[in-house]
Structure formats: C-alpha cells, structure tokens
Design a protein around this ligand. Structure first.
Ligand code: SF4
Ligand code: SF4
Length: 67
C-alpha cells in the first residue's frame, strides 16, 4: 500500500514533502518521488493521504498499483 507521484504532472513545488508522517517523499533527480517501501498511505496518521491533500495538481499523486 503506497502512493506514487506521476512524473509528468509533478511541478516539484515541494508542498507535499514536509507533512509526510513517514518521511517517504524525497526530491528525486527530476521530480519528487515517494519511497513505496515506507509510504503507509498515511494509515494511522491521517484519514487520507496527506500528500494528495497538499498537492496543488489534480491526479499527480495516485495509489501505486500492485506489480
Ligand atoms: S501517503 Fe502519506 S505516508 Fe505516503 S507519501 Fe503521502 S504523506 Fe507520506
Ligand atoms: S505537491 Fe505535488 S506537484 Fe508539488 S512536489 Fe509534491 S507531488 Fe510534486
């Protein structure tokens, strides 16, 4: 269970980063990225993924589909 950032949508504003309870959001080489191994989708911390709430771009942060 993790979210991911759609690279084509992210404008690298950084708004999503500070409030991530698991510090899973990192500034990648091109745009921001979410570490799927630590992202909890905010379960236990917030009612819904905080990064999605903070991101100004619609459909920029989506649930990662199971591989
Ligand atoms: S869903 Fe929550 S835990 Fe996952 S990256 Fe976003 S803010 Fe962090
Ligand atoms: S808030 Fe959205 S647009 Fe801004 S860095 Fe995070 S994912 Fe990218």
């Amino acid at each position: 269970m993790a979210m991911y950032i759609v690279a084509d949508e992210c404008i690298s504003c950084g708004d999503c980063q500070p409030e991530c309870p698991t510090k899973s959001i990192i500034e990648g080489k091109i745009v921001f990225e979410i570490d799927a191994s630590t992202c909890t989708e905010c379960e236990g911390d917030f009612d819904s993924p905080k990064c999605v709430e903070l991101c100004p771009i619609d459909n920029c942060i989506l649930p990662k589909k199971a591989a």
